[in-house]
Design a protein around this ligand. Structure first.
Ligand SMILES: NC(=O)c1ccc[n+]([C@@H]2O[C@H](COP(=O)([O-])OP(=O)(O)OC[C@H]3O[C@@H](n4cnc5c(N)ncnc54)[C@H](O)[C@@H]3O)[C@@H](O)[C@H]2O)c1
Length: 258
């Protein structure tokens, strides 16, 4: 497995469940990986946890919602590792609650991280990808961006926006041979899922909740982070060389083929 040999990949949200799995998958595929997150301690653990015999990942601490910090970090990554060939936008936050109780600060924070963050990172790498006429960008959005979810308005809007942004960017960058795609997970076994559902989060996600019009998961299991990482890696690889502006739902059928 050396489909990313000689390539440099940047993964945001790298200290989280899905981000760490994407780091491990791209590194296993031979990429030199820049692992970026606001959580310096979590990043150190992820980088240290990679198999010692395989390629290493380098940690970079930055807040994706701060465009100057992102530009600075990406400049540093390109100086350390070389030009970025693959960007995986994985960083995200989830805040839940009904619209009637949603305050301005929460709304703004979710959009700043989940939507502005995707703009900041994609714009910074796209400039040098366009000059080199090569690259792949994969944004991890959510199936909540495609179907209405009770108590998740800010999150859903941020993910629908991130998906739409990534497709627009794909159209702008297609003449340069750069592909931009979206991977939209459903319930995945990470700390984020635990924060959303009380008690046995996996069982609750699989069963669904008719009282809040929430579908269950037809395949009867919650995703492992590796299930998402595998599809991100495919979208970033040359195996997907004719795919751009596409959105793949990796949710065990939860969105019923939307
Ligand atoms: N877990 C799920 O069920 C699920 C479902 C659909 C979509 N997603 C999406 O997958 C992505 C990864 O989620 P996860 O489940 O691994 O969650 P997670 O909470 O384990 O990881 C999210 C990571 O993003 C980082 N992050 C948050 N704000 C940041 C910022 N401003 N700058 C840089 N990094 C920041 C966090 O520190 C954390 O390491 C998110 O975008 C999430 O919305 C998750």
């Amino acid at each position: 497995m050396n489909e990313f040999g000689g390539k440099v990949a940047l993964v945001t949200g790298a200290a989280g469940g899905i981000g760490a799995a994407v780091v491990a998958r791209l590194a296993a595929g031979g990429a030199a990986v820049a692992a970026l997150d606001v959580d310096a301690e979590g990043l150190a653990a992820v980088v240290k946890g990679l198999p010692p015999e395989g390629p290493a990942a380098r940690p970079y601490t930055a807040d994706v919602s701060d465009s100057a910090a992102v530009d600075e970090a990406i400049g540093r990554i390109e100086r350390d590792l070389g030009p970025i060939d693959v960007l995986a936008n994985v960083a995200g936050v989830l805040r839940s609650g009904p619209v009637t109780e949603l305050d301005d600060a929460t709304w703004a924070q979710v959009l700043r991280v989940n939507l502005d963050g995707v703009l900041h990172c994609s714009r910074a790498v796209a400039r040098s990808m366009a000059a080199r006429r090569t690259g792949a960008i994969v944004t991890v959005a959510s199936n909540a961006g495609a179907v209405a979810r009770s108590g998740l308005s800010a999150y859903s809007v941020s993910k629908a926006g991130a998906a739409a942004f990534t497709k627009c960017l794909g159209l702008e960058l297609a003449p340069y041979g750069i592909r931009c795609n979206v991977v939209s997970p459903g319930s995945t076994d990470t700390p984020m899922l635990g924060a959303l559902l009380d008690g046995d989060a996996a069982a609750a996600a699989i069963a669904g909740s008719p009282e809040i019009f929430r579908n269950g998961i037809p395949l009867g299991r919650v995703a492992e982070p590796e299930d998402i990482a595998e599809v991100v890696a495919f979208m970033a690889s040359d195996g997907a060389r004719h795919l751009t502006m596409q959105e793949l739902f990796v949710d065990g059928g939860a969105t019923l083929g939307v």
